[in-house]
Write a protein that binds this ligand. Structure first.
Ligand SMILES: [Zn+2]
Length: 244
């Protein structure tokens, strides 16, 4: 009999809404290793950390997925770039052939054109599997988190956006980027910067937002300055309240 009360207690905890079922694992998609964390049964949310050096976004997402139902994929490496397809690649450039071609060429200057196109062909073959794992189910949302430091900010995105809501124009490092107009409108009812890119202008850079806009699945990207943990957590929680 000894141990039975503990077992019962554990069973009760396992069923409690305050201790949602989670399991942790690792998977490799298009050559990139991800930590996978699941919270809840058939959740509609998908979460993503694609740049390993964006450490604040990683900490935020690890905390967030403990509280909110969804399936999170977090790249395991510590760098912005990954080794995939035999070369160095920015993983947020692998979502189109054109973007991957440019990224491989820039990051592997020693490669011949044949090596570049072989790697890009390989990514093309793997993309549908990658998307099956990362994209949300019908009506679901994929929520990606990023950090930026010097240089990049929403000022780079405003000219190629369809619509903008900029209540905090003097804080250009914190913003949401949506590809679905209804998500944009819901987010734009609040106090944070939001951009809509449902038909982004200019060349396809291979980022996930471009692919989501083209395939018409719901996708929101949250950018925050590196180190702004509280702000990023606050904006993530706010998105959960605003978006179904
Ligand atoms: Zn990033």
């Amino acid at each position: 009999m000894s141990g039975t009360p503990m077992t019962r207690r554990q069973a009760l905890l396992a069923w409690s809404p305050f201790f949602p079922a989670r399991n942790r694992g690792r998977t490799r998609l298009s050559g990139v290793e991800f930590q996978v964390i699941r919270n809840g049964f058939r959740p509609k949310r998908r979460f993503l950390l694609i740049h390993g050096n964006e450490t604040t976004a990683r900490e935020c997402l690890l905390a967030h997925v403990r509280r909110y139902r969804g399936i999170a994929h977090l790249v395991t490496g510590p760098d912005r770039y990954v080794e995939a397809g035999g070369g160095k690649l920015d993983p947020n450039r692998m979502f189109s052939r054109e973007g991957a071609l440019l990224s491989y060429s820039r990051l592997n200057p020693q490669w011949t054109p044949a090596q570049v196109s072989a790697a890009v062909d390989w990514l093309d073959q793997n993309r549908s599997h990658l998307l099956r794992k990362l994209a949300p189910p019908p009506q679901g949302l994929l929520f990606a988190v990023h950090n930026n430091s010097q240089g990049y900010s929403m000022e780079d995105e405003i000219p190629i956006s369809d619509e903008v809501h900029l209540p905090l124009r003097n804080q250009p490092h914190e913003f949401f980027l949506a590809v679905d107009r209804i998500d944009f409108q819901r987010l734009a009812g609040g106090p944070y910067n939001v951009l809509l890119q449902e038909n982004p202008k200019g060349p396809d850079d291979g980022s996930l937002s471009r692919l989501a806009a083209r395939l018409r699945f719901r996708y929101v990207n949250l950018e925050a300055g590196l180190g702004k943990f509280e702000k990023q957590m606050e904006m993530m929680a706010w998105l959960e309240r605003r978006l179904p």
